[in-house]
Design a binder for this molecule. Structure first.
Ligand code: FAD
Length: 472
């Protein structure tokens, strides 16, 4: 028997894909990485996953776990040897339980994020993780990458929203940490070890997640701001004014909005793009009622305009208008694709330093690569910027060849500001080779020891996060 035939026996022939059927799962969302695989398997449940892992252990075969394949660092794409098994979680898509007294929802790892949001809403609760990819990404992928998104300023990232996990280990054991406890100090926190490990330490098969009261009124506004310093100041003013009701704070440059207008004409943009160089999209979630939310928004934003920190504001009056404003923000990555291949940097900077970072890094890039376009937007409320660089007009060809040098300029600058080279997308294969240049040496050595202890044969997503060459 071969591994292929053994896999067929475990999950059933129709759920072991190869050839053309496997092709869609071998390239990442951005089309930057394409790999090869021995097979793409679709187990039905945790037991089948454990069986697949035990088989791969027996044949010492790499396993690349894949959820919605929306990851932006190539973590879910196999390498080129053609010896890996890609394990899809998309058949594990059940909502296992909802406990409204405990404010928890327990779900299988292959559940689409939007399905979980809807299930929470149906019982009058909120599951606040929110990303532009929520219609296709899975909760397993969200946890494996410790996803952030647009609500982190109030609710935290995927790690903060998780109480318990079930994980299949590299040995094919099933660890049942699927608890709905808010307190559990019984030793090392295994849950937090698996969250953010990008499929390199275990396969997440289910999770118990926190639910929150569903807001009674949501208000969205787009504020015109003169510069990034002002945006940081506005954040502070709004945090004082709205307190914990401030649930979203996104920085958007006018360049990004102009790209959406030019390349995605169906997206409604109800204002003149070049009126202001910067915009901030904010969201308020109020637990009283519409009137209270309206009065508060008018008061706080009115004060900010009077103080001169906000130049102008569009306050959405209907759910549709609110969706339209968010749609502009969420369309930016899609407009970027139309603009051409850009060089992306998902970085974190202390909020107070964001303006200085942008100014200094833009200047360094312009000095070395005159005319490059700065595509800057992101979750300013948590110091997370998508600091992307586009080719100068008419110079798209060969632009990606500049990536290495450009990355060095940007990431060296991030390091000078004591920031992070990956705020929310992870490391995957995209950043694994540069991680040692920017990560604390002892921290990296500890990560290697953990990897070696939990996955001694390096079968779980080898060559991602920490390169296996460095390890073994
Ligand atoms: P995949 O892409 O399938 O996998 C990602 C990584 O997780 C891989 O390393 C994979 O091996 C591992 N993995 C997947 N499932 C499991 C599992 N069950 N167990 C163990 N490992 C697993 N990310 C953000 O954080 N914030 C954003 O705002 C955001 N916006 C985005 C917008 C767009 C348009 C797109 C395309 C992506 C965006 N992303 C964002 C990135 C992406 O959606 C997230 O990283 C998401 O969490 C990935 O989920 P997935 O199911 O698609 O995972």
């Amino acid at each position: 028997m071969s591994l292929f035939e053994d896999l067929q026996q475990v999950v059933g022939e129709e759920f072991v894909l190869s050839g053309e059927e496997a092709t869609p799962f071998l390239t990442d969302w951005r089309g930057r990485f394409t790999g090869k695989a021995l097979a793409v398997v679709r187990p039905a449940n945790v037991e089948e996953i454990a069986d697949v892992v035990r088989l791969c252990q027996q044949y010492v075969t790499p396993i690349v776990t894949q959820g919605g394949n929306t990851g932006l660092c190539g973590g879910a794409t196999p390498g080129n040897k053609g010896d890996a098994v890609v394990l899809l979680t998309n058949r594990l898509n059940n909502i296992i339980a909802i406990d409204t007294d405990n404010d928890t929802i327990t779900v299988e790892a292959g559940c689409i994020l939007q399905t979980i949001q809807t299930a929470a809403e149906e019982v009058g609760r909120l599951f606040p993780l929110s990303l532009a990819s929520e219609g296709s990404c899975t909760i397993g992928g969200n946890l494996a990458t410790n996803a952030g998104g647009t609500q982190v300023v109030r609710y935290g990232n995927a790690r903060d929203l998780t109480l318990g996990l079930q994980v299949v280990t590299a040995e094919g054991e099933i660890w049942n940490g699927l608890k709905g406890l808010r307190k559990d100090n019984t030793g090392y926190d295994l849950r937090d070890l698996f969250i953010g490990s990008e499929g390199t330490l275990g396969i997440i098969t289910a999770a118990t997640l926190k639910l929150f009261p569903k807001p009674q009124a949501i208000r969205t506004a787009l504020l015109a701001i003169k510069d990034v310093d002002a945006a940081v100041h506005v954040l502070s003013v709004l945090k004082q004014g709205f307190g914990s009701l401030l649930t979203g704070f996104e920085l958007i440059s006018s360049f990004c909005i102009e790209s959406v207008r030019q390349h995605l004409p169906t997206v409604k943009i109800p204002f003149e793009v070049n009126k202001s160089p910067w915009y901030v999209l904010i969201e308020i979630s109020d637990h009283e009622d519409q009137d209270h939310a309206n009065q508060l928004v008018e008061k706080v934003i009115g004060n900010a305009i009077e103080q001169g920190v906000v130049q102008d504001a569009i306050i959405a009056q209907t759910v549709q208008q609110s969706n339209d404003l968010w749609h502009i923000r969420e369309s930016i990555p899609f407009a970027e694709i139309k603009v051409g291949k850009g060089i992306k940097h998902d970085i974190a900077i202390p909020i107070s330093q964001v303006s200085a970072f942008i100014e200094q890094t833009n200047a360094l890039l312009q000095e070395r690569f005159p005319g490059v376009q700065h595509i800057v937007f992101g979750h300013l409320g948590d110091g997370n910027l998508h600091y992307n660089v586009g080719a100068p007009d008419g110079q798209e060809e060969g632009f990606l060849d500049l990536q290495k040098e450009m990355n060095t300029i940007v990431y060296d600058s991030v390091a000078r500001f004591d920031g992070s080279i990956s705020a929310e997308h992870g490391i995957g294969q995209l950043k694994k080779d540069i991680l040692p240049d920017y990560k604390d040496e002892i921290g990296l050595a500890l990560m290697r020891k953990i990897k070696r202890a939990l996955d001694p044969n390096a079968i779980l997503n080898p060559g991602k996060v920490i390169s296996s060459v460095e390890l073994y």
